[in-house]
Ligand binder design. Structure first.
Ligand code: GRG
Length: 297
């Protein structure tokens, strides 16, 4: 990977970490155990969604300060979804990000409340980040984008369909629709949130960035299924035995491993092609697509 871009990714990760530290309630504040658990849940992870927000901001030449709340908010929603997904009523996982899941480190009721607290904090940040240089209308648009992506027409809806589909064999179209909602909606939201901070952006540029987000979202999920098959479950910090017991349709199970890999590669190429109109300014998102394509966990 390009060294200067790798350094910028690190800068964005530490920027996100500083903002999480600033915006998450201190672990000592009432109710201390809940706030400590919220912080525990937010540790680790690749931070891909915030990186997408900042990289899209770079393409649009926006000051990172305008993107801080959005970057934090997408990570908070993502972490809440992981905490709830790991609960016994859902995927029943013991490990996440290489450590005990939140309900194992604390207890089930606390993990439910951690998810609730992180989710509401995400919207509070967007609404309250008044010294960001964003207008009230832009912050309101961001609240709407995030709510749509995270809610029953997006991630939560995809999760509902995923749970209902357990033990069934899905067609490729059904599997794709599920993942466009469950994983893709939040990844697309990262691009849409960055666009919402720039009132001068053309419809063509918005459409190009949205297309990039859709392709990356689906490619990321296919890749996740491929990495699971290729024996990386341990490095993902997952409990492989329980995942297998759920008998879920995956891209490799529906279309075969080589075709799944080819489809992911095609989607990454399509994502890159959609950025042509930005010329050289597209580089941060091109780099990030390559970085995601090369991931092993
Ligand atoms: C429970 C409301 C609710 C929604 C759950 C996204 C989701 C919906 C569940 C996550 C389950 C899962 C493992 C999905 C596969 C793709 C995915 C989103 C993986 C985890 O994301 P990464 O790899 O995780 O970006 P890190 O830990 O790096 O942030």
């Amino acid at each position: 990977m390009n060294a200067s871009f790798a350094a910028r990714l690190d800068e964005y990760r530490s920027r996100l970490q500083q903002n999480l530290d600033r915006w998450l309630p201190p672990a000592s504040h009432y109710p201390a155990r809940l706030h400590e658990a919220m912080r525990y849940a937010c540790e680790g992870g690749k931070r891909l969604r915030p990186l997408l927000v900042y990289a899209a901001g770079e393409v649009l030449q926006l000051p990172p300060r305008k993107l801080d709340a959005a970057a934090c908010a997408v990570e908070l929603i993502h972490v809440y979804s992981l905490v709830h997904d790991d609960l016994p009523a859902m995927d029943d996982d013991d490990l996440r990000r290489g450590r005990p899941t939140t309900h194992k480190a604390y207890d089930e009721a606390t993990a439910i409340l951690v998810g609730d607290g992180l989710q509401t904090l995400a919207f509070q940040l967007l609404a309250a980040d008044r010294d960001s240089g964003l207008t009230a209308a832009q912050r309101l648009a961001m609240v709407e984008i995030l709510a749509e992506a995270a809610g029953s027409r997006g991630m939560v809806g995809g999760q509902a369909v995923d749970l209902a589909a357990e033990g069934q064999s899905l067609t490729l179209a059904e599997l794709e629709a599920l993942h466009i909602h469950k994983t893709g909606a939040m990844i697309l939201a990262c691009l849409r949130l960055a666009c919402a901070t720039d009132d001068t952006l053309s419809a063509e540029s918005r459409a190009a960035l949205a297309h990039y987000g859709k392709c990356i979202g689906l490619a990321f999920q296919i890749q996740d299924d491929v990495l699971d098959i290729e024996g990386n479950a341990a490095s993902l910090g997952k409990t492989a035995g329980k995942d297998e017991a759920h008998l879920k349709s995956t891209y490799p199970s529906v279309m075969g491993l080589p075709a799944a890999k080819a489809r992911a590669a095609e989607l990454f190429a399509d994502a890159a092609a959609s950025l042509a109109l930005f010329n050289d300014a597209a580089e941060p998102l091109l780099w990030l697509a390559r970085h995601i394509e090369a991931r092993q966990s």
